[in-house]
Structures are given as C-alpha cells and as structure tokens.
Design a protein around this ligand. Sequence first.
Ligand code: SF4
Ligand code: SF4
Ligand code: SF4
Length: 244
Amino acid sequence: MPKTIFVDTSRCTACRGCQIACKEWHELPANKTTQYKWGSHQNPQDLNPNNYKLVRFSEHLDNGVIRWNFFPDQCRHCELAPCKEMGDLYIEGAIVRDEKTGAVLYTDKTKNFSKEQFEEIRESCPYNIPRRNEKTGVLTKCTMCNDRIHNGMPPACVKVCPTGTMNFGERSDMLKLAEARLAVLKKQYPDARLADPDEVNVIYLLIDKPENYHEFAVAQADLGPMSKKQFLATLARPFKAMKA
Ligand code: SF4
Ligand code: SF4
Ligand code: SF4
C-alpha cells in the first residue's frame, strides 16, 4: 500500500516552515521576493523549479467577516497520475512511480520533452503542479521526499511542521486520521471536506469551500478517463512508431 501525506489545513498557521524545509532538503536556491509588490504574503507567487512546495494565502469576506485560508500546495502523487500517462506517450521511463512508496517521480530524462510536450503534461495535471527548469529543461515537482522515506524518515515538510497540519504514514492510517478529523470539524464547519481522497496520496482536509483556497484545491478535471488530448496522442503513437 502506498504512503500518504494528510494535510489538515484547519491547523495551518502559514509559518512556511514546510516550504523552507523542502527547499533546504532539496538544496534549492532562494527566489527574489516580491511580497510588497503584489499585495499578498504568499511568496513566491507560484510554484516554480525552486519551490516544490508553496503555502498559498487566500482572503475572502464571509458575512462581513474576513476569512484567511492557508493551503500548503504540492504534488498529490495521484493514484493514476495523468502527468505520467501523458509523459509515457512521448518518452517511457521519464516519469516513473516508485511502487514501494507510490511517489510519482520526474527523472532527468524529462529534459528530453519538448516545450510543447511539457505544456501538455502540465495541462494534464488536475492540480497544475509540473514546472520546467528553463536552464536545464528538466521538469520539477515534489518528490514526496522519496529518498528520506527509503531511509526511514518522514518527508521534510512533515518533519518540521509544528502544528500537526502535515502528517505522513501508511495510506490506510492516513485515511482513518483524515476521516476522524473531518467528523470533528464538520460540526463547526459545514463546508468541511476531504479533497479527492480516493484519487490521491496527498489528501487535504478543507474547512471552507475549495474555491476559497485556490483554483486547484480540488481536481480541475476527471482523474480517471483520459483527456481528449491524451486519447488523440494514444491514437497517434502507432503511426509515429511506424515512421521511426
Ligand atoms: S509548517 Fe505546518 S503550519 Fe507551517 S505553513 Fe507548513 S503546514 Fe502550515
Ligand atoms: S498532482 Fe499532477 S504532477 Fe502530481 S502526480 Fe498528479 S498529475 Fe502528476
Ligand atoms: S514531500 Fe518533500 S518534496 Fe514534497 S513538498 Fe514535502 S518536503 Fe517538498
């Protein structure tokens, strides 16, 4: 059974320890900050090749009360990963799954995808996660800290989280924990829900409507059936092979 991260957003204080720990473990450089130029504490503004994890900040008015939601965003390590299905159509083995942990991993071979192929891979992701390092061409995203897991350690973002927002373990245990927390929080927050728990291995508990976190808090496309683009690419594959 795959490993799973359970993210209880009701506990998140937006300290961004997880975001920093991720950069530190992966030895990713700093980005130039733009905080005061765009009116939000969310920094950087989006996921990028130097940030596999981004704590998203979202404000909205609820009956005259300002609500401020925090969402530590990262790859969901989907059970049936559309990014891998799309990548396999072009270069098999560039995007792989670790069968032991369930982590979906981007290898160095991803640098051989063209920019157009990368765009198709990014668009296939229901959570808008994949990014491309423009210098090296390699595609980037959260690795679930697969190397740490294989050495008996939890992911870096889970290890540093001081509030219990980030949890890690066997999928069955994380699902039980998520359902238990949901049952408690539902009494106070009627909109509370789990985000796509059957399809992903990074499960978020939301206490507000998904759109009050960010556009991709829940899947923006069906995870199961192939998209039209994937289907057409599948049809084209035998013809490409015949030409080669
Ligand atoms: S370390 Fe924990 S509390 Fe801090 S921002 Fe990340 S998830 Fe939220
Ligand atoms: S969240 Fe996106 S990038 Fe991550 S495994 Fe799923 S499809 Fe791929
Ligand atoms: S699991 Fe590892 S790679 Fe993924 S966001 Fe957390 S620290 Fe970063």
